[in-house]
Write a protein that binds this ligand. Structure first.
Ligand code: GLV
Ligand code: GLV
Length: 324
């Protein structure tokens, strides 16, 4: 008999094919993410749940999924998952670290470079016919010789640091605990306040947790240089959106570039969109064909391993991922 698996959203075809070899897959294919009530019937006998960060996996969901044995998510961040609730029910959960590191680092550094040199704005300007004899596009800023502050120096942070160093930037970072390999990475630890004051560019890469929710508010923007560029590629809710808007509107900081927002998606009428010293892209950190294939295949492999009672490759709550 095939395992019963629910897939809550779009999935790369190769990963779906892999799942279908051993699973009877029920996939949510509507554009809008499903509400719990819409999945409840499927969840009644589902053994596996394949999530794409578009669904909250909480007590309420777990309550209507009594047969659930494995949860796999094709994303590295898992703030949508109540891991403790999964662990209590002995359900192993796996995310997809590692496979999106270089891809996300490209986007993070690409946002920094695009914002610093106004690449996107200058293209709009050319397309609008403003490139005329004697006309000048506003000047950008150099990366060379500047300091990049990375908040949340994990695998992605290290990959961003390499890119920044190639452009001649000095890299400082803040983590709860300094990294043992900081010297080898040529990055220097700073406490949070010092990093805010010293950095010309700040890139946020920390996971969203109760401790990091709202970590960047009015006080933090106040401590930054008025010339600071603020880049978030982690999760929108790490930043107090109103405080960011105020800091940009009053030029307390120079510029922001965001891959993630709170709320997400950002409504077309949102006040952030009134600002000119801001660049927003729609959560595309891992959005390449190659990377999304790696993520989906890793999540599908995790699913099959978990359903077979084997250790998953990247389990978060390993204490419940035992061999049966
Ligand atoms: C994307 O945001 C991810 O967490 O993988
Ligand atoms: C991603 O895999 C990270 O650990 O930063």
């Amino acid at each position: 008999d095939k395992y019963k698996v629910v897939v809550t959203g779009p999935i790369m075809p190769a990963a779906l094919a892999l799942l279908e070899q051993q699973c009877e897959v029920r996939q949510w294919t509507e554009v809008q993410p499903p509400r719990l009530g819409q999945l409840a019937e499927w969840l009644k006998d589902a053994e596996g749940l394949f999530v794409s960060a578009n669904v909250a996996v909480n007590e309420e969901l777990l309550d209507v999924a009594p047969k659930l044995r494995v949860i796999a998510q094709a994303a590295v961040g898992y703030d949508n998952i109540d891991v403790q609730a999964c662990t209590q029910r002995k359900i192993p959960f796996a995310n997809t670290p590692g496979v999106l590191v270089e891809t996300t680092a490209d986007l993070a550094f690409g946002l920094l470079l695009t914002a610093a040199r106004r690449i996107h704005e200058s293209w709009d300007w050319v397309r609008a016919g403003k490139w005329q004899p004697g006309s000048r596009f506003p000047l950008g800023v150099d990366l060379y010789g500047k300091t990049l502050g990375i908040v949340g120096m994990g695998a992605i942070g290290a990959a961003v640091a390499k890119r920044a160093q190639t452009s001649g930037m000095k890299v400082i970072y803040y983590n709860r605990r300094p990294r043992a390999d900081a010297a080898a990475l040529h990055v220097e630890y700073r406490n949070f306040e010092t990093l805010l004051a010293e950095a010309d560019f700040i890139i946020v890469l920390t996971p969203l947790t109760p401790e990091t929710r709202g970590m960047f508010g009015a006080n933090e923007f106040e401590k930054m240089k008025p010339t600071a560029y603020f880049i978030n590629v982690a999760r929108g809710a790490i930043v107090d959106t109103d405080a960011l808007r105020n800091a940009l509107a009053s030029n307390k900081i120079a510029y922001a570039a965001l891959d993630v927002t709170d709320p997400e998606p950002l409504p077309a009428s949102h006040p952030l969109l009134q600002l000119t010293n801001l660049l927003i892209v729609p959560h595309i950190g891992s959005a390449t064909t190659e990377c999304r294939n790696r993520m989906a295949l890793l999540a599908a492999e995790n699913m099959l391993l978990g359903l077979a009672g084997k250790p998953m490759l990247t389990c978060v709550n390993k204490e419940v991922n035992y061999i049966v």
